[in-house]
Design a protein around this ligand. Sequence first.
Ligand code: XBP
Ligand code: MG
Length: 248
Amino acid sequence: MALQALVLDVDGTLADTERDGHRPAFNAAFAHAGLPWHWDVAVYGGLLGVTGGKERIRHFCERHDPGFLARPDADEAIAALHADKTRRYVAFVAEGRIRLRPGVARLVDEARATGLRLAIASTTSPDAVTALLQAGLGPDAPDWFDVIGAGDVVPRKKPAPDIYTWVTERLDLPPEECLAIEDSSVGLHAAVTAGLPTVVTRSPYTVGDDTTGALAVLPDLSGVTLADLHDLHRTVHLGTRTRPGPTH
Ligand code: XBP
Ligand code: MG
């Protein structure tokens, strides 16, 4: 079966967004709301196991500020904090503070030039995805993607497979005719459980993640051509898992 579409994760895969993008945006929103919370680099790394910003705030409160969750308007307060965080993140990205990872823009160009379909499967908010695509690839870039699955379109976020299933259904493709690119064990688990062969490009927060089940594990996409990805994808159907690409 030939490869028909690349399904790309966003945070950690298209760009290293977490440490210097999402994290300071959360902290700025907390400070603006007069909250004494601050997520340093190490604390935030621990919180990344919980995907989704609202879910991450709730998880933090359960452990460190249960009184906040006892407020009658806790759900609305978390949603408002997260909306403010997203606006701040979008502004950071629009200022050019976050760069795409090596090889990403070139592979997207190659895919477009050869008619390989593109899609996004992310836990982050749609506005955050749009901002990163526009800042990194150009103002029209969101239109290059046939499907953008992001945020709350599925109630169960990664590591649940739902966002990948949501995307492949809308692509109208069997999952095995797609190739996912992910950076984390939670993302890998989501993609593989949904049936997509998956390449992992590790990011700073995910260097120690378990990558069992990945088709290949690469430091990044520099030097990786679309032909390499087609070759890797072909090995799935040979059943050999002979990996022609570099596996670090
Ligand atoms: C990563 C996430 C997100 C981001 C923050 O998503 O888990 O929650 O950390 O973004 P992915 P939001 O790797 O699937 O792109 O605050 O918008 O959730
Ligand atoms: Mg990711």
